[in-house]
Write a protein of this length. Sequence first.
Lengths: 117, 113
Amino acid sequence: GENVEQHPSTLSVQEGDSAVIKCTYSDSASNYFPWYKQELGKRPQLIIDIRSNVGEKKDQRIAVTLNKTAKHFSLHITETQPEDSAVYFCAASNPYAGGTSYGKLTFGQGTILTVHP
Amino acid sequence: KAGVTQTPRYLIKTRGQQVTLSCSPISGHRSVSWYQQTPGQGLQFLFEYFSETQRNKGNFPGRFSGRQFSNSRSEMNVSTLELGDSALYLCASSLVEGTDTQYFGPGTRLTVL
C-alpha cells in the first residue's frame, strides 16, 4: 500500500522567515495530495491541495509543489507568522489501487512548526 | 453550511466495554471516512462509506466496525475495548467518493481505562 514520509518532524523559524516541509510517497498512481494544519486541540483543516496534473499551486503565502517523477511534494510557507505555529500533515490518495481505494488518505507523520516572534 | 459534527466529543470507557461514535457530514456530502489519531501512529485510515456501503477498510481488527445511514450520517463501533484504543477518532466528509476534498470534524476523544 501507499507509504508517505514527511520531513522534518519539527521545524523552528523566526517570524518572517520561510518554512518548507517535504513529503515523499511510494505509490506512483497517487494523484491527490492535500496538506492539513492542525492546531492544538482542534480538527485538521485543509490549507491547500494539489492534483497530479498540476506542478505547483499557490494561495497567498502558501504554495505546494509536486514532482511526480521523484514522487515528492512540498509545502512552502513564506513570511511566517506566529499564528502559523501548528502541526502540518501531508497526505496522498490513490482512488484506483485495487479498484477499491477510493477516498482513503495516507498521512505523513506530521511536522510541528513553531514560529518565534 | 454547518461543518462536520461528531458526538460525543469526549468518552471515558473501561477495557472490555464497547463504544459507538457518531458523525454527521456536511449537508450534501455523501462520503464519510473515519481516521484514528494517536501520538505514536499519527493519522490512520479506518474505513470509508459512500451511499451506505463500505468502500474501503484500513488495517484494523474486526472489533472496529461502522455503518452509514441513508441520510449519510455515519457511526463507528469499537467492541471489547483495549487500552490501545485510546485515541482521537476523526471523521471526514466529502461531496463524492474518490479524490475529493475531505473536511474533518472536531473528533471524539476516547479514553480507555
